[in-house]
Design a binder for this molecule. Structure first.
Ligand SMILES: [Cu+2]
Length: 160
């Protein structure tokens, strides 16, 4: 897909997202919800700062770094820097959950997230997300905007 086509798709997404946001959420959730991969962090508590850069290069879309080691019980403050030309997002979850979520997004490209495990960052902007890794295991951060995961936009989180 060319960047021009991506921009066109993105414009359509942003336009209809405004409409979608006005509707009631069909997925209520608690912000303290514990998941298989941990729970939303408490920004007032200590957290290790981890900068993650997002960018497009030679037809690929990448996170740098694409691997992160975490101690169980550690809070991570992800500082997500979008150095690309397109919107990107970071969604922290199990790999399985991200696959399901990616399929949903392909069916509903207008889908926007309002979840504590995800953040969307516009080009040349920086966002922050604090996550508390309470469980050991292998997890993933991924961009689930259609086409981005396939272009390489994912990384591995190992919690020990
Ligand atoms: Cu992306």
């Amino acid at each position: 897909m060319t960047y021009r086509a991506l921009f066109a798709a993105l414009g359509a997404t942003l336009f209809s997202a405004g409409v979608a946001l006005a509707g009631p959420s069909d997925k209520p959730h608690s912000h303290d919800e514990e998941t298989a991969y941990g729970k939303p962090g408490d920004p007032k508590k200590p957290a290790r700062l981890v900068p993650i850069t997002m960018r497009e290069v030679d037809g690929k879309m990448l996170f740098f770094p694409d691997k992160l080691q975490v101690r169980r019980g550690e809070q991570i403050r992800f500082r997500v820097i979008n150095n690309g030309e397109l919107d990107h997002e970071i969604v922290i979850a199990t790999a399985e959950e991200n696959r399901k979520h990616a399929l949903e997004m392909e069916k509903n490209p207008d889908m926007e997230h309002d979840d504590p495990n995800a953040i969307r960052v516009a080009p040349k902007k920086t966002g922050e997300l604090v996550w508390h890794f309470t469980k050991a295991g292998e997890f993933e951060y991924a961009c689930l905007i259609p086409g981005h995961f396939q272009a390489g936009m994912y990384g591995k989180i190992i919690v020990k």
